[in-house]
Design a protein. Structure first.
Length: 219
């Protein structure tokens, strides 16, 4: 029986992937037998913790500063997990088609947890959280659709995954550290950020569709 040769598709460009520190960590994880798919699942878990932290800012206002900061850390840990799962898969020689599935599917859950949880945060809006989560899924859907049709993977913005995570992290750090006078609840900053993410994902979806169509027309 012929051996199936796996060739990983185009990866999302991540500058920190090329850092020596990142490569050393990936090599260390691979040498310890850490599962790349396990790292992907860990990313979903920390995203769920971020969601819980954001929700608790409204449920337990006395601890909301700490909760915002915990949420910010969890969002960044999710991004690190998303980077290291692929790096460890390659470093350990465990890259596979199943790994591609684990690289994509957990991301959709992570986005939903992060954005829907933010919708239930203090001074936020659940409807905007669900809309932002829907927009995040749409950006990934049209990227996958373009790939199936024969276009290259397109990770363009203006509201790709890393941009969404950056906006949520900046918001959470601000809400956790800014003096009370600088973050009045009537500003509804979390709701504003979610609205910006939703609009940005619609623009990103349209842009990816247009770029895929242009590529396919010229091929």
């Amino acid at each position: 029986m012929a051996q199936v040769r796996y060739e990983p598709g185009e990866r999302r460009p991540i500058a920190s992937r090329n850092l020596k520190a990142s490569q050393a960590i990936a090599a260390w994880l691979a040498s310890r037998g850490v599962s790349p798919n396990g790292i992907s699942i860990a990313g979903v878990v920390v995203s769920a913790l971020a969601s819980l932290a954001f929700w608790s800012t409204a449920a337990y206002p006395d601890f909301n500063r700490l909760a915002w900061l915990v949420g910010a850390v969890c969002v960044q840990l999710r991004l690190q997990a998303n980077m290291f799962d692929g790096m460890v898969a390659i470093a350990s020689g465990k890259a596979s088609r199943l790994g591609e599935l684990f690289n994509e599917a957990p991301d959709r859950f992570s986005d939903a947890f992060m954005l829907i949880g933010l919708g239930y945060a203090a001074a936020s809006d659940p409807t905007l959280g669900y809309l932002a989560a829907l927009g995040a899924v749409l950006t990934a859907y049209v990227r996958a659709l373009g790939k199936v049709a024969g276009a290259p993977q397109d990770y363009c913005g203006p509201m790709a995954k890393q941009h969404r995570a950056l906006m949520v992290t900046i918001l959470a750090v601000y809400m956790g550290l800014a003096p009370a006078a600088w973050r009045p609840m009537d500003w509804r900053l979390p709701a504003l950020v979610l609205a910006m993410i939703f609009v940005g994902t619609l623009v990103t979806t349209a842009r990816r569709l247009w770029r895929a169509a242009r590529y396919l027309q010229g091929s």
